[in-house]
Design a protein around this ligand. Structure first.
Ligand SMILES: C[S@@+](CC[C@H](N)C(=O)[O-])C[C@H]1O[C@@H](n2cnc3c(N)ncnc32)[C@H](O)[C@@H]1O
Length: 273
């Protein structure tokens, strides 16, 4: 018998969008990410992903941004094998299995208690080397983390659900806790905020999104004096576009020359401190 679909609040249930997006990418003839574990979980709980009405363009965006964030974390931990990786708002994602960090690094997945309980039920233990059940808008979750090792913190799909002030405090607490590191997340533009109000796929998260969005990738530099933009990844210019279906590939190729147009789509922002 299939395990029952965990009972989540609308905020927690936002994880189905990204999980199902990655699962559906895995079923494509040419997957962008190829996340077999996401596919396995969706099949295991027999989740009715059709009700989310995720368009094929969003499936690819979700998979693509996960791949780019994987690369940021993987490269950081390859350069800093004693480092600490954090997946902020990890949902049911098994990122650590995709990036296989060096054995000397430590990986932490953080999400709300109900989500972390579901991870234990649905994911193999190796997918959560260290799990922290916590509300990221509080500070206590950092107490058990080392203070003397470099950190890479990735937040895939989290930013939309925090207010700007909550995001600023979260970033500030990470910077004040660790000696150095990188913080990376998918960009959330004011255009994306406007689209959320109208596109059907965003219906399930509309009531729980709070972030106002920003367009200038340097905006977060104002959040903390130590925070500096290290890299803006415009996904239209990334090599995976070659594997996109023809229409999406064409749209990306046409957008790629303009940073402003590219920012209307998928971007990954990487900051260092
Ligand atoms: C869109 S989902 C993304 C999940 C995962 N990163 C992925 O890519 O599948 C957003 C996640 O952020 C978590 N989240 C939102 N606000 C949070 C908070 N204040 N503290 C901890 N987790 C939070 C939700 O529970 C959910 O799992």
């Amino acid at each position: 018998m299939a395990p029952t679909v965990p009972a989540f609040t609308p905020l927690q249930a936002s994880l189905w969008l990204t999980l199902c997006g990655r699962a559906l990418d895995n079923r494509l003839p040419l997957p962008i990410l190829g996340d077999k574990m996401a596919d396995e979980i969706v099949r295991k709980v027999d989740y009715d992903y059709k009700k989310l009405r995720i368009p094929s363009g969003s499936v690819i965006s979700i998979a693509h941004r996960a791949k780019k964030l994987d690369e940021v974390a993987q490269r950081f931990l390859a350069r800093n094998p004693d480092g600490v990786g954090l997946d902020l708002g990890a949902g049911l994602d098994s990122r650590v299995l995709r990036i296989t960090p060096p054995p000397t690094a430590d990986w932490y997945d953080i999400d709300l208690p109900e989500v972390m309980a579901a991870r234990q039920d649905l994911l193999p233990a190796e997918a959560t080397p260290h799990g922290i059940s916590a509300d990221l808008t509080g500070g206590a979750w950092l107490d058990s983390l080392p203070t003397d090792r470099p950190v890479v913190a990735v937040a895939d799909g989290l930013i939309a659900f925090l207010s700007e002030q909550e995001m600023i405090s979260l970033v500030g607490r990470i910077i004040d806790h660790f000696p150095s590191g990188e913080i990376a997340f998918n960009g959330y533009s004011t255009f994306a905020v406007r689209m959320q109000k109208i596109v059907p796929v965003a219906k399930v998260i509309r009531e729980v999104t709070k972030f106002p969005g920003f367009n200038d990738p340097k905006t977060p530099e104002r959040w903390h004096p130590k925070l500096k933009l290290a890299r803006e990844i415009l996904c239209t210019r990334e090599p995976e576009v070659d594997r996109f279906p023809p229409f999406l590939r064409l749209m990306n190729r046409m957008s790629a020359p303009s940073a402003a147009v590219s920012r209307l789509g998928n971007t990954i922002l990487v900051y260092r401190f």
